[in-house]
Design a protein around this ligand. Structure first.
Ligand SMILES: [Fe+2]
Ligand SMILES: [Fe+2]
Length: 168
C-alpha cells in the first residue's frame, strides 16, 4: 500500500477526523469553535460524497458480496449528514450544541471504524494496487474540485437506489 492508494487516503482522512473532533472539544471561543466546526462539517461531506462518487462504485464492482456493506455505509453517511445538520440548530458552544456535536462525533467515529474493519480490508485484498492508485488520483481530484464542500448539495442519498445504480 502506498500513501496515494485510495484506501490509504481514506484512512488518513479518518485519522484527521478523529483528531479534529478531539481538538474541537478544547476550543472555548465560540467564534473559533463555530468556524472550525463548519470546516470539519464541510470536510465530512466532501469525504462521504467522495466515497460515494469514487470508492463505493468500485467496491461494488470489484469486491464480492459488497452490496450489504455499501447499503450500510450510505445509510451511515445519511445519519452523519443529519447529525451534522442538527448541530447548526443550536447556539455555538451551548450545552445543546455540544450534545448535538457529540452525537455527530459518535455517529462518525462508529462509521469510520466499520469502514476500517469491514470495508477497507477486502477492498485491499481484491483490488489491484495499480487500480487503487488510479482511484487515489481521482479521489484527490474530487477533493480539489469540491474543497470546502463547493458544489456538493449535502443532501441524503437513497441507499437502495444507490446500490441498484452502481452494482451490476
Ligand atoms: Fe464513509
Ligand atoms: Fe470513510
Amino acid at each position: 500500500m502506498t500513501d496515494l492508494d485510495i484506501d490509504a487516503l481514506i484512512l488518513s482522512e479518518h485519522e484527521a477526523f478523529r483528531r479534529a473532533f478531539a481538538a474541537l472539544e478544547a476550543v472555548k471561543d465560540p467564534t473559533e469553535l463555530g468556524r472550525r466546526w463548519q470546516e470539519l462539517a464541510d470536510q465530512l461531506e466532501v469525504h462521504a460524497a467522495g466515497e460515494e462518487q469514487v470508492f463505493y462504485p468500485e467496491l461494488l464492482q470489484e469486491v464480492d458480496d459488497s452490496e450489504g456493506d455499501t447499503l450500510h455505509a450510505v445509510k451511515d453517511h445519511n445519519e452523519i449528514r443529519e447529525a451534522t445538520r442538527a448541530v447548526a440548530d443550536h447556539e455555538v458552544g451551548s450545552a445543546a450544541w455540544w450534545e448535538a456535536f457529540r452525537t455527530a462525533r459518535e455517529a462518525t467515529v462508529e462509521h469510520l471504524e466499520e469502514e476500517e474493519q469491514d470495508v477497507l480490508p477486502p477492498f485491499r485484498e481484491q483490488v489491484e494496487p495499480s487500480q487503487r492508485r488510479a482511484l487515489g488520483e481521482r479521489w484527490l481530484a474530487f477533493q480539489d474540485e469540491h474543497a470546502r464542500a463547493r458544489g456538493l448539495s449535502g443532501d441524503d442519498v437513497d441507499p437502495d437506489a444507490y446500490v441498484e445504480e452502481h452494482a451490476s
